[in-house]
Design a binder for this molecule. Structure first.
Ligand SMILES: Cc1cc2nc3c(=O)[nH]c(=O)nc-3n(C[C@H](O)[C@H](O)[C@H](O)COP(=O)(O)OP(=O)(O)OC[C@H]3O[C@@H](n4cnc5c(N)ncnc54)[C@H](O)[C@@H]3O)c2cc1C
Length: 384
């Protein structure tokens, strides 16, 4: 994608922040396991969070393609910090589209400022892919819902300030039509949270959220009762393309480091860059990364133009994390025995991007979505 002047300006801000503030401490942050809220506030001040959301709430009203540019740049410095930015745009859009004005005013400006961190609770212990079969119960009691059950595998579970929670208000037979979404503050009585010991993304902190008779005002509902599922699905087309660009940005960092290394490292009397057995695998990955990048921006451009982009977003959501993982793996090998050391960031980047081969929908589910876009319901005959 060729950037316009405005996109270049915000790219330069994101790039400077990512390379000066994020990249040098990417590995130290993993060791600490702490999500430094000061970084989020700094991103808020720089206009890097929720830049697509309306100016009245503190955003900049920018296009989705520009949000992709920011995601790619931030992920170059720290894949996990870019997850916060993608989350603000995804969840901010869901809230804007369906919450009462008082709720929008309570959450969206604080998210854009980097003051409030939100999580989204869809997955349950019994399953994530078949999200419409969720069981967490929301029973009506006067002017409140009462939540009972467990959500699991939730990003930012133990550190979010609030959650968008999807719960069953209808019967199990209603499937997706019986699901309602609502805003729930993390300090509401009856909520308990855990943190998992994950393969990667330590500062995101994935875990379970338990709801024991948690009372949520009906006014916290997003959209109408039973419409929760359609809201989240619409938003995911957007975040899938952004996630692919996060993965591309992260892989590009390893590629750039590998290109620099092959010019310096010597073997058999000269730099290893003279061996095509060294450079061609990097060229192959650079080519694949470039292709996924363009397809991702195409999905975002279609969204910005109000055109369908479900298939394109699902394509890059499976291809992006996989291509990034393969690329970083190749870079790790290029560094020889140094690559195998935890002193270098490639192993961490590989572990971090791998999470998004599962999170936000697995490759299998993405391929199912593309097939459904091509042949319709015949692709999912078994679905309820
Ligand atoms: C890093 C990370 C972050 C996450 N963050 C969140 C979050 O913030 N909020 C949240 O709600 N969830 C989150 N999740 C959970 C994630 O959305 C689910 O793990 C995912 O949807 C898959 O669900 P599952 O793990 O229950 O696998 P299952 O649904 O049990 O699937 C198991 C396997 O079977 C395959 N499979 C299942 N059905 C089909 C089918 N019809 N066709 C082909 N293959 C199929 C899947 O691809 C998978 O490989 C996160 C997960 C990870 C790893």
């Amino acid at each position: 994608m060729i950037l316009n002047d405005d996109q270049r300006a915000i790219r330069d801000i994101a790039r400077r922040f990512a390379r000066e503030k994020l990249l040098p401490h990417y590995q130290a942050r993993e060791k600490s396991g702490v999500l430094d809220r000061r970084l989020l506030r700094e991103m808020g001040e720089l206009g890097l969070l929720g830049a697509d959301l309306p100016e009245t709430y503190g955003g900049l009203g920018l296009a989705g393609t520009t949000i992709g540019v920011i995601a790619e740049e931030l992920a170059y410095g720290d894949f996990n910090i870019s997850a916060v930015q993608v989350g603000v745009s995804l969840l901010g859009a869901i809230i804007m589209a369906s919450a009462r004005p008082e709720l929008v005013a309570k959450y969206v400006p604080a998210m854009i400022a980097g003051e409030k961190l939100l999580g989204i609770c869809v997955t349950e212990p019994s399953g994530g892919s078949d999200a419409a079969a969720m069981k967490l119960r929301a029973r009506r009691d006067g002017d409140h819902y009462v939540l009972k059950g467990e959500k699991t595998s939730i990003s930012f579970a133990d550190r979010a300030d609030a959650f968008i929670v999807f719960a069953r208000t209808g019967t199990p037979e209603q499937g997706a039509a019986g699901v309602t979404a609502m805003m729930v503050d993390a300090d509401t009585p009856g909520i308990a949270r855990t943190k998992f010991d994950d393969v990667g993304s330590a500062i995101v902190g994935r875990g379970s959220v338990f709801f024991e008779d948690v009372r949520v005002p009906l006014t916290n509902r997003l959209g109408e009762e039973g419409q929760g599922f359609s809201h989240v699905m619409r938003g995911f087309d957007y975040s899938r393309a952004l996630i692919a660009l996060e993965c591309i940005g992260c892989a590009q960092a390893s590629l750039d480091e590998a290109w620099a290394y092959v010019k310096e490292r010597e073997a058999f009397g000269g730099p290893i860059a003279k061996f095509q057995g060294v450079t061609f695998p990097l060229v192959e990955q650079e080519s694949l990364i470039a292709a996924v990048r363009e397809l991702s921006y195409n999905a975002l451009a279609l969204r910005d133009a109000g055109l369908p982009h479900t298939a394109e977003a699902a394509m890059v959501k499976w291809l992006g994390p996989k291509t990034a993982f393969d690329t970083i793996h190749q870079c790790l090998l290029t560094f020889g025995h140094y690559g195998w050391s935890k002193d270098l960031p490639h192993q961490q980047r590989m572990r971090d991007v791998m999470g998004l081969e599962i999170g936000d929908g697995t490759a299998g589910i993405m391929k199912l979505i593309v097939a459904r876009e091509r042949v319709g319901r015949a692709a999912v005959q078994y679905a309820k």
